[in-house]
Design a protein around this ligand. Structure first.
Ligand SMILES: Cc1cc2nc3c(=O)[nH]c(=O)nc-3n(C[C@H](O)[C@H](O)[C@H](O)COP(=O)(O)O)c2cc1C
Length: 382
């Protein structure tokens, strides 16, 4: 999530003090280079195959960019993936479904990158046994053996890994996704891709997405969970290299004036709180097609499969010049979301027992810059 400068300028209206000062300081408070260095790919000196593949995998999309991944390399030729329990989002993701979806995305990029280097990945999910229902267990999520295999098929999506983004800006006005693009996206994944482009359907989904966003902002513990991952200003971004980044002259000044701080976003009526509302509403409204991925069941394996297909879609979208970004609020399993969620599931007619794992905006938009990633060694246990 990121609050757009435009949303803030709209709130402060005629005074426009920040915008005016900001224009003169366009070089101020830039994204720190080291925070986005991972998007250049592994350094030339990085030759160990698992570390090279992990350098790509950590670019996977993941909830709130918490990067809750631990990769244990102590077994030769094997990556053992566990979840970093200090990076969960228990208020909005109480069953940790979304964190596991993010692990699915990580595993798929790992597989694609390993194949590119001539390694087949043999993946075993929950190698030490399943986790208790709706919990993150103490045991690994996956064991991935790297096997040198000259015949392994390379994935054409590899070239998109460094370019992939979650595009969190307004989408081109009145332009739903083209049929050919929709078909190409559907062809890149195994799960069925469901898409709404009809104006009346999209209007209903926009209204539900907006309602879900307002329900989230009105739920203090959900709101705080996001605020805890706000990184405001280049200094905070550089020291964390995760979460949701806000930088540039506008946010620099808003922070200095005490108008935009993590605490302020929790204070109803404040400039920052209203900014959060406006931004989410704009994301729900400035969209002309939605997509979603549904699994037949709700097992951890289903969540991993959804994450794998979600990142494949995102990579294929990058290739096609299609913009996409998740809008997950309505899928979240906390009580305050039950009303909007029921309206959503009834509207899209989800079969009983199946789970909508990802709901996302689809369309066309300008390019957006990459988001931070921590250093590879921060994820590794060796
Ligand atoms: C399971 C899942 C849920 C997500 N939900 C949201 C969301 O509700 N809103 C949003 O703006 N981004 C959402 N994202 C996207 C992440 O915020 C994004 O992947 C992360 O910030 C890193 O940015 P990047 O994808 O551009 O690398 C979600 C990603 C995943 C994997």
């Amino acid at each position: 999530m990121s609050l757009s400068r435009r949303a803030f300028v709209r709130i402060i209206g005629g005074t426009a003090v920040f915008a005016a000062v900001g224009v003169g300081l366009t070089r101020c408070d830039r994204m720190p280079a080291e925070a986005v260095a991972a998007w250049n790919g592994p350094p030339a000196g990085e030759t160990e195959p698992r570390r090279r593949a992990l350098s790509y995998a950590l670019l996977a999309p993941n909830p709130h960019n918490t990067q809750a991944w631990i990769a244990d390399l102590r077994e030769a030729g094997v990556v053992t993936l566990s979840i970093d329990k200090t990076r969960l989002l228990a208020a909005t993701d109480p069953w940790f479904r979304q964190i596991v979806v993010g692990c699915g995305a990580f595993l798929e990029v790992l597989r694609i990158a390993a194949a590119e280097a001539g390694y087949r990945t043999e993946m075993t999910l929950f190698p030490e046994g399943p986790w208790p229902a709706k919990e993150i267990g103490a045991t690994p999520l996956a064991r991935i053996a790297f096997v040198a295999d000259a015949g392994v098929a390379k994935d054409p999506l590899f070239v998109q890994v460094l370019k992939r983004r979650s595009v969190k800006i307004a989408y081109e006005d009145g332009r739903p996704i083209e049929d050919a693009h929709r078909a190409a996206l559907a062809g890149a994944i195994e799960l069925p891709l469901q898409v709404a482009t009809a104006a009346d359907e999209v209007a209903t989904l926009r209204a539900i997405a907006k309602e879900a966003w307002l329900a989230e902002v009105a739920t203090p513990r959900a709101n705080k969970e996001s605020a805890d991952y706000f990184r405001i200003g280049a200094d905070e971004i550089a020291s964390h290299r995760d979460g949701l980044s806000f930088h540039g002259p506008f946010f620099w000044w808003a922070k200095r004036f005490g108008l935009f701080t993590a605490e302020k976003t929790l204070e109803p009526g404040s400039f920052a709180y209203q900014g959060a509302i406006d931004t989410g509403v704009a994301w729900a409204e400035q969209v002309w097609s939605f997509g979603w991925l549904t699994t037949p069941g709700g097992t951890r394996a289903d969540e991993i499969a959804a994450g794998r297909d979600y990142v494949r879609l995102n990579l294929k979208a990058t290739e096609l010049g299609v913009a996409m970004a998740p809008l997950s609020q309505v899928l979240q399993e906390y009580p305050e979301m039950a009303g909007p969620q029921k309206r959503f599931l009834d509207f899209i007619k989800t079969p009983p027992g199946s789970i909508v794992q990802m709901f996302f905006r689809l369309g066309y938009a300008d390019d957006v810059p990459p988001t931070p990633r921590r250093a590879l060694d921060d994820l590794i246990r060796a």
